[in-house]
Design a protein around this ligand. Structure first.
Ligand code: ADP
Ligand code: MG
Length: 316
C-alpha cells in the first residue's frame, strides 16, 4: 500500500525566520492509520500540520526543500482548495471558524461553496451531523453550544466533504477532562466507522491514549525524535528527554520499582500486563505509599489501586 502522506527529506523555513522550523523530515503515513504527533511547544507540530493542509505556503509563506505528497498530490504545487478536498482540519479554537448563523448552515458551508444541489446538501448535512452527534442541534446558533459541541460541529463541517485525512491540532486544549475524553472517543469512533487517516497533535499524551493510536511521532526542535508504537515509546526515555510528561501511572509504576518493557503493554492501564514480581512490588509500594510517595504521585495511588493488580481481592 502507498502512503497517503509522505515527507521525504523535507525542510521548511518561514519567510520571517532566520532558520528552518522543520529539518529533514522523513515520514510515511498510511491510509487508515491513527497517529499521535507529540512534542514540546514550539517543536514544529503545527507547522508540520500546515504543510499537510496547505496553509503553508498559502497563508504562511516560506521555502521548502525535499518533497511532500498528500493523497497523490505534490503539496506545494497544489492549491489549498484542492488539498482541502482530501484533508479536513479541526483547530483548537473552533469559534473563529464558524461562518453560518446556525449549526446546519455552518456544516453546509463547504457544500454551498461547491454549488451542491439543495436536496443532496440536506442529506449530506444530516449524515455528517449524525456522525458527530449534533443532529439535535441543527437549528442552534454556534455560540449557544458548549466547547465540546462546537468542536463536533467544526468536525461535521469537514466530514461533510468526505475527506480522507482528518487533522486535529490540540483538540483538547479548551476542554475539561470529561469533554476531552468524549472527544477522544468520538475521534476513535469516526476513524473506525469511516476509515479515515487521523492525525492528532496533542501534548496531553495521557488523554489521547485513552483510546489506542497506531504510532506516536515525537517532534523535538523541528526534527522527528521518535516514530514508535506507543508501547515502545512509553518504555523509552525519549518522552522525558523531550520534556513531555509521561502518563502518571507509569511514573508511579517506575517509582514502585517496575521495569517497563513493550511486552507489558504500558500504553493503556487496561492492557497493562505485569509479572507477579511486578505486582508484589506495586503492592508493597501501595501499602507503604501514603507516607513514602512524593506528593505529585499521591493522586495516582487511587488509579494504580484500580489497575488490575488484584488489590480488591487482596483486601477482602
Ligand atoms: N506563521 C509563522 N510565521 C513565522 N514563524 C512561525 C509561524 N508559525 C510558527 N512559527 C515558528 O515556528 C516554530 C514552531 O512553531 P509551531 O509549529 O507552532 O510549534 P508547535 O505547534 O509544536 O508548538 C516556532 O518557533 C515559531 O516561532
Ligand atoms: Mg501548535
Amino acid at each position: 500500500m502507498d502512503p497517503i502522506i509522505s515527507f521525504r527529506d523535507f525542510t521548511f523555513q518561514y519567510r520571517a525566520q532566520a532558520r528552518p522550523t522543520l529539518y529533514n523530515i522523513d515520514l510515511d503515513i498510511y491510509p487508515g492509520e491513527k497517529i499521535l504527533i507529540a512534542g514540546p511547544s514550539g517543536s514544529g507540530k503545527s507547522t508540520l500540520a500546515s504543510c499537510i493542509n496547505g496553509l503553508i505556503p498559502f497563508s504562511y509563506p516560506g521555502e521548502s526543500t525535499g518533497t511532500l505528497t498528500v493523497d497523490g498530490m505534490e503539496a506545494k504545487k497544489e492549491s489549498i482548495f484542492a488539498l482541502s478536498k482530501s484533508v479536513g482540519t479541526v483547530l483548537q479554537d473552533p469559534d473563529g471558524q464558524f461562518i453560518g448563523l446556525t449549526v446546519a448552515e455552518d456544516i453546509a458551508f463547504a457544500l454551498e461553496n461547491d454549488c451542491v444541489p439543495q436536496k443532496e446538501m440536506h442529506a449530506a448535512v444530516a449524515r455528517a451531523a449524525k456522525l458527530v452527534d449534533v443532529d439535535h442541534h441543527l437549528g442552534f446558533a454556534p455560540h449557544e453550544l458548549s466547547g465540546g459541541q462546537k468542536q463536533r460541529v467544526s468536525l461535521a463541517g469537514v466530514m461533510v466533504d468526505a475527506v480522507k485525512i482528518l487533522l486535529f491540532d490540540e483538540p483538547l486544549a479548551n476542554l475539561d477532562p470529561a469533554a476531552g475524553k468524549q472527544t477522544i472517543e468520538l475521534i476513535d469512533r469516526i476513524q473506525k466507522e469511516t476509515d479515515t487517516t487521523v492525525l492528532i497533535i496533542e501534548h496531553r499524551l495521557e488523554d489521547v491514549l485513552w483510546r489506542s493510536v497506531d504510532r506516536i511521532v515525537l517532534m523535538d526542535e523541528g526534527r522527528i525524535a521518535a516514530d514508535l508504537r506507543p508501547d515502545e515509546l512509553l518504555c523509552s526515555p525519549l518522552l522525558t528527554e523531550a520534556g513531555i510528561r509521561e502518563p502518571l501511572y507509569l511514573t508511579a509504576l517506575k517509582y514502585a520499582g517496575v521495569t517497563l518493557t513493550p511486552d507489558k503493554k504500558p500504553a493503556h492501564p487496561d492492557t497493562l500486563e505485569l509479572t507477579e514480581a511486578d505486582k508484589d512490588a506495586v503492592r508493597a509500594w501501595y501499602h507503604a505509599a501514603p507516607a513514602a510517595a512524593p506528593a505529585p504521585l499521591q493522586p495516582v495511588l487511587l488509579e494504580v489501586k484500580d489497575l488490575r493488580f488484584g488489590f480488591t481481592k487482596d483486601r477482602t
